[in-house]
Design a binder for this molecule. Structure first.
Ligand code: SF4
Length: 129
């Protein structure tokens, strides 16, 4: 893979499936937390799925794409890949042993586990670890 400088956090684009389940919403909250921590820009997956030209162009300008899916159905991954994008860091919330359900009582600690994992992966790529 081409090595590119990742000096600017706004060159790191974070997508989440934001699905209608606990794990989809954990993915969403983890992406929000990462953006609040300055790890990257949280970007609109729906804009990619809708082929919104400005969002496609902005995504092309990103140097690192991060995707967080709730479960193995992998909607964020599929949406980005169908549009021709390469994902550099990827995780599914269910990989952390969190079972999918359709209740929305999210544990902050679960959001933290996912966000910390991605933070660590981004930091490694940026040479900060
Ligand atoms: S990846 Fe899973 S949780 Fe996320 S939108 Fe798709 S089916 Fe829903």
């Amino acid at each position: 893979m081409e090595e590119r400088c990742l000096c600017e956090s706004n060159e790191i684009l974070i997508f989440s499936c934001a699905g209608s389940s606990n794990v989809g919403q954990i993915a969403n909250q983890a992406a929000v937390r990462l953006a609040q921590q300055g790890m990257g820009r949280y970007f609109c997956l729906a804009g990619i799925g809708g082929h919104v030209s400005g969002m496609i162009e902005s995504t092309k300008a990103g140097k690192m794409l991060v995707a967080i899916d709730g479960c193995p159905v992998g909607c964020a991954k599929k949406t980005l890949e169908h549009t021709g994008f390469t994902i550099h860091e990827y995780v599914q919330v269910t990989e952390f042993g969190i079972e999918k359900n359709h209740e929305f009582s999210l544990a902050s600690s679960d959001v933290g586990k996912v966000a910390q994992h991605i933070e660590s992966q981004i930091s490694k790529r940026r040479g900060l670890l």
